[in-house]
Structure formats: structure tokens, C-alpha cells
Design a binder for this molecule. Structure first.
Ligand code: SAH
Length: 283
């Protein structure tokens, strides 16, 4: 943050030092708008202590909050009673409000002069459709900022004892959507089958049998370790491990609940080697 970006936003006050806490985000739109503003805020994967300080400040001072299904009840409880809370979805194939209507709602509320918080699970820019929302906001001349959150991959991996990269086992990690269109996963499977690589599938529960089948078909070892983390970082977190051949049955036996994240790679085996016992908050 520097005075220049403050002035670019049109909020600098003479020679006084900029109020650094408030305008630190470089991704901010129209400086000339005098109306309200929208903060796209990442709420992290569940544990409220994984909120950033910035997210916490914006949530606790919001006037209107539009939130997704994935935002945990503990985090929703931080919203002031005086604020209006609007649930905008979304469950698989059951969008409470279609995306274009959410985009428009954000614009309308900001133009009415409100400080709007658009609260999203995880990080707004990782499978969060934040890109679409800011495009609409920018197009409508609405001021906005984006506050990153801890994405499910980071949160779940940390709380499940699975390092996503490791000097000996994974030099890269890839975040992939496992969301199926018309029951098929039209993904570049061949690219995914690499040594020393970790794959993380978001929205992969329904497609899990196809994901395992395609990875094996494209050359991945059938005994490649895989973990499915359900409700990661919450008190109900559940971790199911197996390999590409066994995981579907294991998940079936455990009757896990969404949201779930799938991690594929040798790093998953480290969890057992570490004799990981928990990972939920210990103090
Ligand atoms: N923007 C979010 C992702 C939204 S897509 C982020 O950065 O985390 C929704 C998917 O995220 C879910 O289907 C699931 O795969 C994953 N997810 C989100 N929260 C999760 C949690 N607490 N535990 C496991 N998976 C989670």
C-alpha cells in the first residue's frame, strides 16, 4: 500500500498519510463512483479462526451480506444483527439465485449506497466465480475489492496432515474442478498423470468413480494414494483414504457428506507415515 494507490482511488486526504488498513487492494474499480461498494470476501473453508483479519473486519462491519451455502454458521454468526443477510445459494444443481442475478443484485445494492459484503467459501478466485462478479461490478462502475481466503485445498490439506507439495514426492500441485457436465468429465486426463505431482479435485464427490477410472485409464498407478476430506477444517471433518481402486468403496462405506475435497498423489501416504491423529483445533 502506498499513497499513490490511495490517491488513485480518490480517497487520499491532502498530505495526511493514507489510512493504510482500508484501501490496500490493488484490484479496485472505478475511483469516481460515489455510491456504495462491494467487497468479495473469502471466508475460508469452515474454521472461523481461518478468516483473515481483513475478512473479519469487513464481515463485522457489513451493512448487507450476500453469502453462499459453504460459509460456516460460526462465520455467519459474526455478521452484525443490524445487517441484512441474503442467502444466494448454491447447492449442486440448485442455485438459489442464478449467477447473473447475483451479479446484478450486487450492482443494485452498491448503487443504492450500501457497503456490501459478498461472502464466499474458501477463496473468491478459486472456483468461486469471483471473476464474473467483478467483471459485472467493473462494467457498472461500482467500487469493489477482493479479499482472498484460505482455499479448501490449503485448509483441508493442513487439517488432514497432507502436505500438497513435498521435496521428495510432489514438485507441483494442480487444482481441478471435478464437476461433471452431462455425466462426463471433459478434462485433459493425460496431462494429469505425472510423477511427483499432486492433484486436488474440487466438487469431485459425484464424479469420483469417473475420476479414478480416467486416471487409471491414462496411466496412473491403480495403487496411487487418494484422500477424500469431508467438511474440512470443521469439527465434523472426516478423512477417508485409499487408492484409486479402493476409494470409491471406502467412501461408500463411510457415507461422507458434502462438501468434499479429493487429493490424489504420493503426498497422501505421508499422512499415515506421520501417524496423523487429528488436525482439528488443539487450543
Ligand atoms: N472458493 C472455494 C471453492 C468453491 S467450489 C474455495 O476456494 O475453497 C466448492 C467446492 O469446494 C466443494 O465442492 C468442495 O470440493 C470444496 N470445499 C469447500 N469447502 C470445503 C470444506 N470445508 N471441506 C471440503 N471441501 C470443501
Amino acid at each position: 500500500m502506498n499513497d499513490k494507490s490511495e490517491q488513485e482511488l480518490g480517497t487520499g486526504v491532502g498530505a495526511r498519510p493514507a489510512p493504510v488498513r482500508y484501501r490496500t487492494n490493488p484490484i479496485t474499480s472505478n475511483p469516481n463512483s460515489s455510491a456504495g461498494e462491494v467487497a468479495l470476501v473469502g471466508a475460508g473453508p469452515g474454521d472461523p479462526e481461518l478468516l483473515t483479519l481483513k475478512a473479519w473486519r469487513l464481515i463485522t462491519s457489513a451493512e448487507i451480506v450476500l453469502y453462499d451455502r459453504l460459509v460456516s454458521p460460526e462465520i455467519l454468526a459474526l455478521i452484525p444483527d443490524s445487517a441484512e443477510k441474503i442467502h444466494v445459494g448454491k447447492q449442486r444443481a440448485n442455485h438459489t439465485l442464478p449467477q447473473d442475478q447475483i451479479n446484478q443484485r450486487l450492482v443494485d445494492l452498491a448503487k443504492q449506497g450500501f457497503r456490501v459484503v459478498r461472502l464466499k467459501g474458501g477463496d473468491p478466485f478459486i472456483f468461486g466465480r469471483g471473476g464474473e462478479e467483478i467483471e459485472t461490478l467493473a462494467g457498472a462502475g461500482v467500487r469493489f475489492q477482493v479479499v482472498p481466503g484460505i482455499t479448501a485445498a490449503s485448509g483441508c490439506a493442513a487439517y488432514a496432515g497432507i502436505p500438497l507439495t513435498h521435496r521428495d514426492h510432489a514438485q507441483s500441485v494442480r487444482f481441478v474442478t471435478g464437476h461433471l457436465k452431462n455425466n462426463t468429465c471433459d478434462l485433459p486426463w493425460k496431462d494429469y498423470v505425472q510423477t511427483n505431482h499432486t492433484l486436488v479435485f474440487y466438487m469431485g464427490l459425484v464424479g469420483l468413480p469417473i475420476i479414478c477410472e480416467q486416471l487409471i485409464k491414462h496411466g496412473m498407478a491403480p495403487d496411487m494414494p487418494i484422500a477424500l476430506i469431508s467438511k474440512g477444517t470443521t469439527r465434523e471433518q472426516q478423512v477417508v483414504t485409499g487408492n484409486l481402486e479402493t476409494i470409491v468403496q471406502r467412501v461408500h462405506e463411510e457415507a461422507v457428506q458434502a462438501p468434499t475435497l479429493v487429493i490424489v498423489g504420493q503426498v497422501v501416504a505421508l499422512r499415515d507415515r506421520l501417524d496423523w491423529v487429528g488436525g482439528l483445533p488443539i487450543f
